[in-house]
Every structure is written in structure tokens, then in C-alpha cells.
Design a protein around this ligand. Structure first.
Ligand code: IMP
Length: 180
């Protein structure tokens, strides 16, 4: 990790403990029920890979990839599906895995679409939540950490395609994006 560009917010060790806690909660809540875990690409792939190994009940997994219309700094709330689910979700309990909920516009749209497809339930699990930025009434069911309005990278999260491989969640220093 280049510490001239980032400040560590949560270490890999802290994240591991948090992911274990989330996995235990999810395992208890869905005990005896079916579970389909849906990861939102690309950001959620690291978190999801760790989380599913801490969930101790049978499950299926699938992925969706979406992109927002609008400029890079302002999403319009309308979301284009770039890669849809491979399987029907009718009658299933869907748990959507997201890296971070920011304005909530993306997940609001995704939840609506999934509900229209006749699943039994839709819940949301995110590693990070930035409630101060919310523009849509999304309340995640499982939250790793609630964070202030900082731009974070690492553990799957990127800035301009970089930093996804950092093992910690880090705050990107303003000098990095001001120089771009
Ligand atoms: P929302 O629709 O504004 O909630 O957008 C959520 C998406 O924006 C996330 O899945 C991320 O891809 C991206 N995002 C929001 N905040 C950050 C951040 O601090 N770092 C990296 N990506 C972010």
C-alpha cells in the first residue's frame, strides 16, 4: 500500500473480525431457509468472497453488474444492468452484497427490480455505509461499518480503477484526486 496516497481506516485484521460477525448474524437469521447471495460487481467481490466463507448454511451465489447513468461524481439514480443474474430468483430469499452504500440510488433501483421478479425477500448487506450522503431511502439490513463522508478505497473499492487490491479500507488523500 502506498501510504503517501492513503490513510488506513480499517486494517485487514479488523475487517476479518467484522466479516466474521456479519457471517454469524446472517447464518443465524437465515437458518433453515433458502439463501441466494447476489454480489454487485465489481466492488463487492472481495467482501463477498470473504463473507460467504463465514456463512455456515447452504446457499447459492450469483452476480450482477450495474453502471449508473450520469457523470462520475453525480449519479442520476437510473441504473443500467451490464450483467444480469444467471438464474431466476422467484420464491428465493435474496441477500444483496454491496461494498458501500453512498447515495443509495443504486441499491434502491436494484432492490426494486429484484422485488418485481417475485423473490420471497430482499435484504442488503454492505461492508460500509455513508448515511450522510443518502438521497434514497435505503436502509441496509447488515452493515459492517458506518463511516463519515470520505472517499475510501481498498478491499474491493476503487478510485479510477485502482486500489481494489489493498487489503485494508483506506481513505484516499485529497492530494491524489486533486492532482488527476
Ligand atoms: P450509490 O448509488 O451512490 O449508493 O453508489 C454506490 C456505489 O458508488 C458503490 O457501489 C461504489 O461503487 C461507489 N462509491 C460510493 N462511495 C465510494 C467510495 O467512497 N469509494 C469507492 N467507491 C464508492
Amino acid at each position: 500500500m502506498n501510504l503517501k496516497e492513503v490513510d488506513v481506516l480499517f486494517t485487514a485484521e479488523e475487517i476479518r473480525e467484522k466479516v466474521k460477525e456479519l457471517g454469524n448474524k446472517i447464518s443465524a437469521d437465515y437458518e433453515g431457509e433458502s439463501l441466494l447471495v447476489v454480489g454487485i460487481l465489481k466492488g463487492a467481490f472481495v467482501f463477498m468472497a470473504d463473507l460467504i466463507r463465514e456463512i455456515d448454511i447452504p446457499m447459492e451465489i450469483d452476480f450482477m453488474s450495474v453502471s449508473s447513468y450520469g457523470t462520475s461524481s453525480e449519479t442520476s439514480g437510473e441504473v443500467r444492468i451490464m450483467k444480469d443474474l444467471d438464474f431466476s430468483i422467484e420464491g428465493k430469499n435474496v441477500l444483496v452484497i454491496e461494498d458501500i452504500v453512498d447515495t443509495g440510488l443504486t441499491l434502491n433501483y436494484i432492490s426494486k427490480i429484484l422485488k418485481q421478479r417475485g423473490c420471497s425477500s430482499v435484504k442488503i448487506c454492505c461492508l460500509l455505509d455513508k448515511p450522510s450522503r443518502r438521497r434514497s431511502p435505503v436502509i441496509p439490513d447488515y452493515i459492517g461499518y458506518t463511516i463519515p463522508d470520505n472517499f475510501v478505497v481498498g478491499y474491493g473499492l476503487d478510485y479510477s480503477g485502482r486500489y481494489r487490491n489493498y487489503p485494508a479500507v483506506c481513505i484516499l488523500k485529497p492530494s491524489v484526486y486533486n492532482n488527476d
